[in-house]
Write a protein that binds this ligand. Structure first.
Ligand SMILES: [Zn+2]
Ligand SMILES: [Zn+2]
Length: 908
């Protein structure tokens, strides 16, 4: 080892100083000047422009590098932007400084004729440029004197300038190359010039190579960037755009593509009247269980799709399309650059809801992958399927969304019986997935145990699924020593109870009760599973460790470490951020289960060069400051399920992963809810678990009032909320925080800011008298205008008086009745909340569909196109551009992890 190192140090490049004899015979690496030494050795700097060079790391922001790139407004995205420099160090001059940088002398070699380097910045050959000079000698004067301009360098002598390049008007570095074959044997120097007090130049990675450099065109321009130049943008590692084709095609409503009126009409044909399943196409009343009316009460659900959109999309929806093409486009416009689109399925659901198309997992995968390819083909101007890491990189360099095809089903290959499954059967189907379908990202295990191993135990419904598929139940053991506190049978929910009657579900209750501290699946990865993982490695596929039992994750990580092959956790949550059973929470679902990655597992994924993507909806989790005190207070963990909850998980992941390899896993269309809003009736939604039929969380629910009060600096939009129909202000009325009067105040304030004045407009839709009174009070210009109570209107006009006092900055007086005193603080609190929603960000462009306008403050993440809104809120609650930098390099990190998979696959 030591000998090799000494040799490298002794013979860096084939260069020599002017006062040294040329080392012509010594074989060594070709000349490469990449500034990675962190200093200017081999260079001579003159002038202030090169005083503090080279610089290190990112210098420019997105708005500087790609002005106009982000069209959704806001400022969450304007952080560090890669320009394509190589390594850590590069040269970038300041606009007001001038100077020159001249290399030492080197010999132009026959084997490495391709002079090439990276350059960007201002375009002006006279003052900003790079030139290649060759020393003027008596012998070469005949050849070059007439052909090339002659340049005199003080103290060094005369040179011919044989090549020159300048910037191209932006910061993204292009790769310039020039063939020096006809100058072999001459002595050269490189000279970098910034001779203007305005404008600047960026350069890096000068080299002489044997072959021309590999480049690819940037977007439609003639600018060629390195084929490995880093991309900008975030990656969503988990989504299900084709969920409407899953589950037998009957549960999930709405298509992701096509005209909006046919893609997203009212859901009654499938979900029945009022979302009850009654008179739906399959007449299945089980539908009533799937989604609540409003945000937490009643059976069935609101059905309004296009154009009203007063039923869905909303952050709590689980069975309505949230990835309509316009919404994917908005996410793309806001910085999404890589999307993993998983085919998904569940045979149990399909059977229980009378699926009307083939619903075995193999069929579901075929159908959804084909449909995904069609969707991408329909929008090939801005999206493209990536079948390799380099295709993903070039798609993004072309300013397209790179789509990676994935699969997340319970029974890959429809295999249910390991005893009849052979390795060659596995290989054949896996090759089919890879070669014929183009799948690159895969879950070996999903919700149930399968032929490969054990699933994470964290939901009783998955045990029902396991029973349905395998006529068997999860076998658990004590998981408490590993920190797992979730237990089956503690809070199974009503749907599971029904299956005991309808399906004969009869799990080994007494066995489960033996392990009273916490459950973990007794099954890990079996030998077929190990073979499957190695087969995925052989193909260079991305291996998902989510949904695996703890033991299966451990087994997979051990295998991965054996082969130095990275793995992915694409929709993660973390054990360190869960609550402690009973003393902190009375909801078993907030305690650690096997779905949560342990700190040790995250560390192993980091070491392997893997990538982690915290699931968008983290629900009610603890502050990142608890496990990592240095991050305490960075973003208060005081709005359960909102952007603030995701911020905890994100900060945790970035810290544990060492600043790279952290994306987002939205799980959109994954039968899961999205992030709740920080304002309005559903603020801190996930503190209240009564809404899931999972028991009131007596430990956490009382915090709701305080969490709601703590919210400020909401996302400011370019336009006010104009759609203030009543459904917009429905929400959780439990928890002694907001009551029905508060709901009416929210709507009344909404009317005021929408300019809907009940004094002058008698046809405002969807308001009651109370709402109108609050709005009248806000619109009133003087006391005399206010209506007084009469025997016929009760005391409702006092609502006008309370609102008028708030609006005009007054307080109730001695002549005001108690009713005004009671209403005044309620109106004031909500009035102030509405003002607090107009935060300090550059206004974000509002998202619209049909008659709906969307607002992260009130609606949470209602659809996929609100990811920009979510990220803007992340910034508003305290994440800086630097904090968000890993997120916006997550497309790059995914590609790097993928490239590592590919390169490792060759050596297996
Ligand atoms: Zn519906
Ligand atoms: Zn999923």
């Amino acid at each position: 080892m030591a000998g090799v190192l000494t040799g490298l140090l002794a013979a860096p490049w084939r260069f020599f100083h002017t006062n040294a004899a040329p080392a012509l015979s010594a074989p060594s690496a070709p000349l490469r000047l990449d500034f990675e030494s962190g200093d200017l050795s081999f260079w001579n700097a003159e002038g202030a422009a090169f005083l503090n060079q080279p610089i290190r790391g990112h210098k420019f922001t997105t708005s500087q590098v790609r002005p106009g790139l982000i069209t959704v407004g806001g400022d969450y995205w304007d952080g560090p932007h890669p320009v394509g420099h190589k390594g850590d160090y590069w040269i970038s001059t300041e606009n007001h400084l001038t100077g020159t940088l001249t290399s030492d002398e080197f010999l132009l070699e026959q084997d490495t004729p391709w002079f090439n380097f990276l350059i960007s910045g201002n375009e002006d050959m006279r003052v900003h440029g790079v030139s290649l000079l060759i020393k003027a000698t008596r012998t070469n004067a005949r050849k070059f004197a007439g052909a090339y301009p002659r340049v005199r360098l003080a103290d060094v002598g005369d040179f011919y300038q044989i090549f020159q390049a300048t910037g191209h008007g932006n910061e993204i570095m292009r790769r310039v190359s020039f063939n020096t074959s006809q100058f072999v044997g001459e002595y050269g120097r490189i000279r970098v010039t910034d001779n203007a007090t305005s404008g600047h130049i960026n350069v890096d990675d000068f080299q002489f190579s044997a072959a021309p450099p590999q480049t690819l065109p940037l977007e439609a321009s003639a600018v060629a960037v390195d084929a490995t130049a880093p991309v900008w943008g975030f990656a969503d590692l988990h989504s299900h755009p084709m969920a409407h084709l899953a589950y037998g095609g009957v549960i999930f409503w709405g298509k992701p593509d096509g005209p909006i009126d046919t893609a997203l009409p009212w859901c009654t044909p499938a979900h029945g009247a009022g979302g009850t399943g009654i008179a739906g196409q399959n007449g299945n009343v089980l539908m009533t269980l799937f989604e609540e009316t409003g945000y937490g009460s009643g059976l069935g659900h609101l059905v309004g799709g296009y154009p009203q959109f007063d039923g869905w999309p909303k952050f709590t929806t689980t069975v309505h399309q949230q990835m309509y093409i316009d919404w994917i486009r908005r996410a793309f416009d806001g910085g999404l650059r890589l999307l993993v689109a998983h085919a998904v399925n569940n045979e149990l659901l399909a059977s229980q809801y009378n699926g009307n198309v083939p619903y075995d997992d193999v069929s579901a995968v075929e159908t959804q992958i084909a449909a995904m390819k069609t969707l991408v083909a329909n929008h090939s101007d801005w999206m493209q399927i990536a079948y390799s890491s380099s295709e993903a990189r070039s798609s993004i360099q072309q300013n397209k969304l790179a789509i990676v095809l994935g699969v997340e089903v319970d029974s890959i290959g429809n295999w249910k019986d390991p005893s009849t499954l052979t390795q060659s059967t596995i290989t054949t189907y896996l090759n089919h997935l890879y070669n014929d379908l183009g799948v690159r990202h895969l879950f070996p295990i999903h919700l149930t145990n399968n032929v490969f191993g054990g699933a994470a135990v964290y939901n009783d419904l998955f045990n029902v699924d396991n029973f349905y598929l395998h006529n068997d139940y999860f076998q658990v053991q004590d998981g408490s020593t590993l920190g797992f506190q979730f237990r089956l049978e503690v809070d199974p929910g009503p749907a599971v109870a029904i299956t005991r009657v309808t399906m004969g579900y009869n799990p080994p209750d007494s066995e489960y009760q033996q392990f009273s501290q916490g459950h973990m699946n007794a099954a890990g990865l079996n030998s077929l599973g190990s073979f499957f993982i190695r087969s995925m490695m052989h193909l260079g596929m991305l291996i998902e460790v989510d949904h695996m039992s703890y033991k299966a994750v451990e087994d997979t990580l051990t295998l991965a470490e054996q082969y130095s092959y990275p793995v992915v956790s694409g929709h993660s949550s973390f054990q360190d951020l869960t609550w402690q059973w009973e003393n902190e929470t009375q909801s078993i679902h907030k305690c650690s289960g096997e779905q949560n990655k342990t700190a040790a597992q995250v560390e192993r994924i980091r070491k392997l060069g893997g990538i982690i993507a915290p699931i968008a909806n983290q629900m009610d989790i603890r502050s990142v400051g608890d496990p990592i005190p240095t991050l305490a207070g960075k973003v208060p963990a005081d709005s359960a399920g909102s952007s603030k909850a995701w911020a905890q998980a994100y900060l945790y992941a970035v810290n544990k992963m060492g600043g790279r390899g952290v994306g987002i896993g939205t799980d959109t269309n994954g039968l899961a809810k999205y992030n709740s809003p920080r304002f309005g009736l559903n603020s801190s939604y996930y503190l209240n678990y009564a809404i899931d039929g999972a028991g009131v969380d007596a430990g956490r629910d009382p915090l709701r009032a305080g969490q709601i009060a703590a919210q400020g600096n909401g996302v400011q939009y370019d336009k006010p909320i104009l759609d203030v129909r009543h459904y917009r202000f429905e929400g959780v009325l439990e928890g002694n925080v907001y009551d029905a009067t508060d709901r009416d105040i929210w709507q009344g304030v909404g009317l005021y800011y929408a300019g809907l004045n009940p004094w002058t407009n008698s046809s405002i839709p969807d308001i009651n008298d109370t709402v109108a009174n609050f709005a009248k009070g806000l619109f009133a210009t003087n006391d005399a205008q206010l209506e007084l109570p009469t025997p016929f209107n009760g005391n409702t006009p006092w609502e006008q008086r309370a609102a008028f006092l708030v609006k005009t900055g007054q307080t109730p007086g001695t002549s005001d009745p108690q009713a005004v005193y009671d209403l005044y603080p309620k109106v004031l609190a909500i009035w102030n909340k509405w003002l607090a929603m107009q935060g300090n960000n550059t206004p974000l462009t509002r998202s619209y569909a049909g008659q709906r306008d969307f607002d992260i403050n009130l609606d949470g993440v209602a659809h996929y196109g609100m990811l920009p809104d979510l990220f803007q809120d992340l910034k508003n609650v305290g994440l800086t551009a630097t904090d968000l930098a890993p997120l916006f390099s997550s497309a790059e990190d995914y590609i790097q992890t993928w490239a590592l998979c590919e390169s490792r696959s060759l050596t297996l």
